[in-house]
Write a protein that binds this ligand. Structure first.
Ligand code: B12
Ligand code: SF4
Length: 466
């Protein structure tokens, strides 16, 4: 019988920092591995999942098969570090590397050499056996409050910067029957789709209509798509926007990848979402930059988003053949070069322009969130407010007190410091279940102190083991 070890390399998922424009990474789960786990269990294997390079004492059994996943190509070093680590720990086990990076780079010489070096194999593309299974969430430590799935594989387009056509060359569209069966069996009230192009599903309208009335655990279900919606499809058929709203899709994102000339289409898309009941300020636009649209034109696009009152999702281009990305947001003063990360000089992008554009996006988003409705303009002080707001949101504590109240209160200052510590730890460890909405301040302080003590202890133990 097989002992299967599933490995998610120690990917550097960022905890939210003041320089990040969005929070979407909190939703990450190694979905491919969870389905592979379910598949191997169905074959009678013992299956364990590890995140990062764990020591031998941490691993409770001797695997004869080690499955290592991969995602962004520029996170390749974490994959090879995992391969090296587990190869030296288990010299006799069969090691297979699969997932997105493996699929995109497997035919490159350096990749084949590395496989040889570690006596590992590569699996290309989707695993059709695993695709027949739902993710086995019991493999994760701790409860994940949402379900991650794909309603569709492949895409109807072939955009220049995108690798989807290579990763998922075949189209597969789930029907409403498939989805309802799956969601009922999983039984979670939040569902996140990892589809490339959610609206391009052949059964999209029927699916949305059926999902709209789905109730689980006597509650309605909320949905989200991690990738942006294909606005051209929204534009063609405004009923889609209405259906998304009825189906309780949250955190709506659309994509504006091409030139400024598309602005009237973007307006139609935003208008249809607003007419369907979404607030413009809750809509975000993925705008790929450091790519073919030059800086000045990107600024025009940003200005137009200002006019529409929508947010922007930070989306710096990294080529599909890149194997690392050492962009460091803290290095604004000294700057970085093309040796550190990819700069699309062909369209005139420079390190400075990239940093300036990111800064403009951040200030724009803060302005949309906190100032626009009050008729104020952006002010640096709002960054503090934005940080506090996000902390409160994380603990489900509603609106924070006025900034002046916090700044004049040592108690609030120390509470916020503790809250920030706990939030960062939780984000790193995918804990999203804290809810302080009904607690008194005194009780909150006690809880925070207790949690910090536990987290510090955990951290020390992990450091000792690794
Ligand atoms: C959802 C998604 C996101 C989400 C979350 C991703 C995540 N998991 O954290 C968000 C929105 C955050 C995101 C962000 C970005 N993304 Co993205 N994203 C995707 C998308 C659509 C799916 C990724 C995913 O997680 N799939 C789930 C996978 C891993 O699981 P699965 O498919 O079920 O796994 C199956 C197989 O892969 C296989 N398998 C997997 N592992 C293993 C292991 C073994 C051993 C075996 C046998 C099989 C196997 O079996 C499984 C079952 O069939 C892909 C496109 C795509 N089609 O893949 C782009 C994609 C990965 N993203 C991409 C990009 C460019 C980005 C951004 C850089 C965009 C930007 N400029 O801001 C950012 C990156 C931010 C950052 N931190 O660096 C690129 C990657 C390019 C690159 N150079 O690597 C992709 C490929 C899309 C594209 N444009 O080509 N993304
Ligand atoms: S629409 Fe999106 S998923 Fe499809 S090819 Fe273009 S960027 Fe890739």
């Amino acid at each position: 019988m097989n002992n299967v070890l599933l490995v998610e390399p120690a990917f550097p998922y960022p905890t939210k920092s003041k320089n990040q424009a969005n929070e979407i990474h909190r939703n990450f789960v190694p979905i491919g591995l969870l389905k592979l786990g379910a598949y191997y269990k169905s074959l009678g294997a013992h299956v364990y999942l590890e995140r990062g390079n764990k020591s031998k004492e941490n691993i409770q059994f001797n695997p004869n098969l080690i499955l290592i996943t991969s995602i962004f190509t520029y996170w390749s070093k974490y994959v090879w570090s995992a391969v090296e680590h587990y190869r030296s720990m288990f010299p006799k086990a069969k090691i297979i590397v699969g997932g997105i990076y493996a699929t995109l780079h497997n035919d490159m010489e350096y990749f084949q050499n590395k496989l040889k070096q570690y006596s590992a194999e590569c699996y290309v593309g989707l695993h059709l056996g695993a695709e027949n299974f739902y993710p086995d969430y019991s493999l994760l430590n701790g409860e994940i409050d949402h379900h991650v799935t794909h309603a569709m594989r492949g895409c109807i387009r072939k955009c220049a910067f995108c690798g989807t056509w290579k990763i998922e060359p075949d189209r597969y569209d789930k029907t409403s029957e498939d989805l309802i069966k799956e969601l009922k069996e999983i039984g979670k009230n939040k569902v996140i789709f990892f589809d490339n192009n959610f609206l391009a599903n052949r059964h999209i309208k029927q699916n949305l209509k059926v999902l709209a009335s789905l109730r689980l655990n006597e509650k309605s279900v909320v949905f989200e798509s991690q990738s942006g919606f294909d606005g051209r499809l929204l534009e063609k058929d405004s009923e889609l926007a209405e259906l998304l709203k009825k189906t309780r899709f949250q955190n709506i994102r659309i994509a504006w990848d091409n030139s400024f000339a598309d602005y009237s289409s973007i307006k139609v898309q935003v208008d249809s979402l607003v007419a369907a009941g979404y607030n413009a300020k809750d809509i975000s636009v993925f705008m790929i930059y450091n790519f073919s649209v030059p800086y000045d034109e990107m600024l025009k696009k940003l200005k137009y988003c200002k006019k529409l009152g929508v947010q922007i999702t930070d989306c710096r281009f990294r080529p599909l053949d890149s194997i690392e990305d050492n962009y460091n947001s803290q290095k604004s003063k000294d700057g970085q070069t093309e040796n550190d990360y990819y700069i699309h000089t062909k369209a005139g992008w420079t390190d400075k322009k990239i940093r300036d554009f990111r800064k403009s996006i951040r200030e724009h988003n803060i302005w949309i969130r906190y100032a626009k409705d009050k008729g104020l303009s952006y002010d640096k002080e709002m960054e503090k407010w934005s940080r506090i707001h996000n902390i409160f949101k994380f603990f489900k504590m509603g609106r924070p007190p006025q900034l002046e109240v916090i700044e004049n209160s040592p108690t609030w200052k120390s509470r916020l410091l503790m809250m920030s510590k706990v939030k960062n730890y939780c984000k790193k460890n995918n804990i999203t279940t804290l809810n302080f909405s009904t607690l008194s301040n005194k009780y909150i302080d006690e809880e925070l102190k207790k949690l910090i003590k536990i987290f510090n202890k955990n951290q020390m133990e992990t450091e000792k083991l690794s």
